[in-house]
Write a protein that binds this ligand. Structure first.
Ligand code: GDP
Ligand code: ZN
Length: 458
């Protein structure tokens, strides 16, 4: 049981219009009440109510800020403990002085992720949900946000829990039959193992199939814009950034030398790298020529090959088309506002009609078609909004792979007539690896590693 009370700033630091100091723990109300001057005494107010007042330093009666204070009594709170949230005016000064005051009155500074860790330790959420909170904080597009939110609500867990229940039932069944090793019983049991493990395997494969899409949603599509000098690469980049809300994300713990810019195109984050990334390499491409630029393309998830509608196809462009046609490539025929000299039929013959988008980066026409083409490429149509359970977390993916292996081993062993007490080991292993996703058998160090990825105040 957690004993102490913790606090942190729960909103992003900066120029926001409000900032929130979150306090959680058994003494939350007791500690804040003496610092809060208001018509109501926090110790007496109903849970889940908001109160207007002032935060005052009792040592010298200084008013630090006008605030709204929300009281949420456990277990109906994020951490399942008593939570008090103090909404101060935005800006660093007000919120910091309130936090410092709180920390002088029996409250300890929270570690990164400690609120979420408490929610987990108090059984309020499982580990998959806790990790989804990390994704939520980091999500770079509306769609990624929705996927993460669904996981916070326990979507993945809802699929894993019944799977485990079936495996436990199977283990019990096998256990019973080990005590009655007659031949026909063993045969029946092998059939049950095949069926149950086969069903579980199907489900695990479905989750893994969607994992790749989940990864893309979470991390963004690494996009390389290539083409000959003057085709309009930089113009396209700028047009996309202008047309779409560019979200700059600060990912805690992964400080990089480069600034990363995510452009959300049709709900899908395209990752365009500044400085060391696409912008520079496009210019490098222009210098080092077609051959070597292809090496730089290896890491790209998506290639946008820009052609100039105003000019005939160049020999370099033929080479490029040939090289990228088997990759996730869209051919952007740019400058359609100008008269055309490009032989479109030749391009169609090489890559097919539905991978060609005609647009004018300069006038901004056709950008929507490009966005739709990107979405088509990555989601083979539209994503049904009701079905967003993507597994998007590397740890979950690894565990699902491990589950897949043990289930396959169990099925193979049953096919080969191997004694069921040996098959039992594989079934138990798959039950365990699924449990690790939920945090059932998570060791302390794993927990620390997971929760340390959070930013402060979550
Ligand atoms: P890059 O070398 O491939 O990056 O090409 P830029 O984006 O720098 O564009 C080269 C030239 O083409 C510039 O003068 C742009 O203004 C012009 N340009 C780019 N896109 C269009 C377009 O859609 N229509 C027209 N008419 N000009 C364009
Ligand atoms: Zn350029």
């Amino acid at each position: 049981m957690v004993e102490d009370t913790i606090a942190a700033i729960a909103t992003a630091l900066g120029e926001g219009s409000i900032a929130v100091v979150r306090v959680s723990g058994p003494q939350a109300v007791e500690c804040i009440a003496p610092l809060f001057r208001s018509k109501s005494d926090l110790r007496e107010v109903a849970s889940h109510t908001v109160h207007y007042g002032r935060i005052v330093d009792p040592a010298n009666d200084t008013v630090l800020d006008e605030v709204l204070v929300t009281v949420m009594r456990g277990p109906r709170s994020f951490t399942a403990e008593d939570v008090v949230e103090i909404s101060t005016h935005g800006g660093i000064v007000a919120v910091k002085s309130v936090l410092e005051l709180v920390l002088r009155h029996g409250v300890r500074m929270a570690e990164p992720g400690e609120f979420t860790k408490r929610a987990f330790l108090n059984g309020r959420i499982d580990l998959a949900q806790a990790e989804a909170v990390i994704d939520l904080i980091r999500s770079k597009s509306e769609r990624a946000f929705q996927v993460a939110r669904k996981q916070v609500e326990g979507d993945l867990s809802k699929q894993i829990v019944p799977l485990r229940a079936q495996l436990i039932e199977l283990l019990a069944h096998v256990e019973v039959n080990i005590d009655y090793p007659e031949h026909d019983v063993a045969e029946v049991t092998a059939g049950v193992i095949r069926d149950t493990c086969g069903e579980a395997l199907k489900k695990v494969r479905q989750l893994l199939d969607r994992a790749n899409e989940g990864k893309i949603l979470r991390e963004g599509i690494v996009t390389a814009i290539i083409g000959r000098p003057n085709a309009g690469k930089s113009s396209l980049l700028n047009a996309l950034a202008r047309d779409n809300k560019a979200i700059v994300t600060d990912i805690p713990g992964t400080t990089r030398d480069i600034v990363e810019e995510s452009v959300s195109v049709g709900g899908i984050p395209l990752r365009l790298l500044d400085t060391a990334g696409i912008r520079e390499t496009t210019d490098v491409v222009e210098q080092i020529g077609v051959e070597r630029s292809l090496g730089a393309l290896n890491d790209a998830d998506l290639i946008l090959l820009v052609l100039n509608h105003h000019e005939p196809l160049h020999e370099d462009e033929r080479k490029l088309l040939e090289q990228v046609k088997d990759r996730s490539t869209l051919v952007v025929v740019n400058k359609i506002d100008l008269s055309g000299s490009l032989d479109l039929d030749e391009v169609i013959a090489l890559v097919g009609q539905d991978r060609i988008v005609r647009l004018s980066a300069k006038e901004g026409t056709g950008l929507e078609e490009l966005e739709q083409a990107v979405a088509r490429l990555f989601f083979s149509g539209t994503v049904e909004t009701g079905d967003l359970t993507y597994v998007s977390n590397a740890r979950h993916i690894a565990l699902l792979h491990r589950t897949q292996i043990s289930l396959t081993d169990a099925i193979d062993a049953a096919d080969e007539g191997i004694p069921i007490d040996l098959i039992q080991i594989d079934i138990a292993a798959s039950w365990e690896s699924l449990g690790e996703i939920l945090g059932d058998s998570a060791g302390e160090s794993l927990l620390d590693q997971i929760f340390s990825q959070f930013c402060l105040g979550k």
